[in-house]
Design a protein around this ligand. Structure first.
Ligand SMILES: C[S@@+](CC[C@H](N)C(=O)[O-])C[C@H]1O[C@@H](n2cnc3c(N)ncnc32)[C@H](O)[C@@H]1O
Length: 228
């Protein structure tokens, strides 16, 4: 299913920007807010990660942001789409390396794993294998931030219906996600909702932190921790 993204490796950013146009924002706005969320969450836990696994990294466009905002020593991006990996390598910043999961696996080396919008592209029967890969990559105590589109938000469903590569996606509800992570051995630390208001209601965005437990945000994040 993932190699489907080979054909989008070159124009992925434009496709996402165009699908998001109804929100008034582009891909970078959402990526920045997610990484800011991770940064402030880790700060609350008192953690400073050094090595990050970006699982389903696509064309690697999030790497500079993740490296800089999280002050990482290194980032390893993996993706099943070889064309996306080729594109990620072409634009790779210093400290970032990219591979397919079948050719490279970390073994208890990552402090942090990040996945955004990946698991709804993985067939339900293959999700546990993917989660096991992430789990194995993490050090004991390592943190996994799992971001997904929220199918309970009508705006998200609309955006997905306008996105060419989301046609075959099988969304994961906010109710299913914690159980999914637990089934792979993760201890679930939190689940929070983000992105309630489009740009034209931007003056309301300062309320979003107070709405974090309301299951209607455009995306949600589940944080899992590898115990041992
Ligand atoms: C919607 S894109 C998200 C890319 C990136 N995470 C982002 O935030 O822009 C989904 C990515 O997941 C990858 N993918 C799908 N199945 C995968 C799997 N089993 N293992 C790793 N990556 C996978 C696809 O190839 C694609 O690049």
């Amino acid at each position: 299913m993932g190699a489907q993204f080979d054909e989008y490796a070159k124009n992925y950013d434009q496709l996402v920007d165009s699908a998001l146009s109804s929100t008034g924002e582009g891909k970078d706005y959402f990526a920045t807010r997610r990484v800011e969320w991770v940064s402030s969450y880790l700060e609350r836990l008192g953690l400073q990660p050094r090595i990050l696994l970006d699982y389903g990294c696509g064309n690697g466009s999030n790497a500079p942001l993740l490296l800089q905002q999280l002050r990482l020593d290194s980032l390893i991006g993996v993706d099943v789409s070889e064309q996306s990996i080729a594109e990620a390598r072409r634009r790779a910043p210093l400290k970032a390396t990219f591979s397919t999961p079948s050719s490279f696996a970390l073994n208890q080396q990552a402090d942090l794993a990040y996945a955004c919008g990946v698991f709804h592209h993985i067939a339900p029967t293959e999700r546990t294998t993917a989660l096991n890969y992430v789990y194995r990559a993490l050090k004991p105590g390592g943190i996994f931030t799992f971001f997904e589109h929220n199918p309970w938000n009508p705006g998200t469903r609309y955006v997905m219906s306008n996105c060419e590569f989301d046609k075959d996606a099988i969304t994961i509800t906010p109710a299913e996600a914690p159980t999914l992570l637990q089934s792979a051995g993760f201890q679930v630390l939190t689940r929070e909702f983000l992105f309630f208001f489009p740009k034209w209601l931007g003056f309301l965005r300062r309320l979003e932190p107070m709405l974090k437990k309301v299951p209607l945000g455009g995306q949600y994040v589940v944080v899992g921790r590898r115990l041992r």
